[in-house]
Design a protein around this ligand. Structure first.
Ligand SMILES: [Cu+2]
Length: 142
């Protein structure tokens, strides 16, 4: 009886351990366990009708960064940068809401995105609703 039960317990332990491992892999601290988020390098961007201020953003690869967005305009603006989002590890992916490619910021709202850039390059930033009005910018990851 004892020999029949025991392998099952061991299997359960292995399954449990695998489950914990996978759950752990989804938390960002797994990506950078020692990242010092309290001292993340902050870049603040103000969104107005119809500009990003500043319109040249620069981040360094491999260090914790915080992108602080403030909408001072009277319309909804978004931080749309699909290629840039592919080049970073997001600590708080929920900031993207239902979209995978942009952060929507309502008038008078602020949002923070915490991330570590992983891929150097130059990335286009637009407000998807107002790119026609020249609301575009450029992000550089060094
Ligand atoms: Cu806009």
């Amino acid at each position: 009886m004892r020999t029949a039960v025991r392998p099952r317990l061991e299997l359960a332990a292995v399954v449990l351990a695998a489950g914990l491992c996978c759950a752990d892999a989804q938390t960002p601290e797994r990506i950078a366990p020692d990242a010092d988020w309290a001292n993340a390098i902050t870049v603040a961007v103000t969104m107005v009708n119809y500009e990003f201020v500043p319109d040249r953003l620069s981040f360094r690869r491999g260090v914790p960064c915080r992108l602080h967005l403030e909408n001072h305009g009277s319309e909804i603006h978004d931080f749309s940068a699909p290629e840039f989002f592919k080049a970073v590890e997001l600590r708080n992916p929920e900031v993207l809401g239902p979209y995978a490619t942009r952060i929507v910021v309502r008038p008078h709202e602020t949002k923070d995105m915490y991330f570590i850039a992983t891929r150097p390059g130059s990335y286009e930033l637009t407000c998807a609703d107002h790119d026609w009005a020249g609301m575009t910018a450029r992000i550089t990851v060094e």
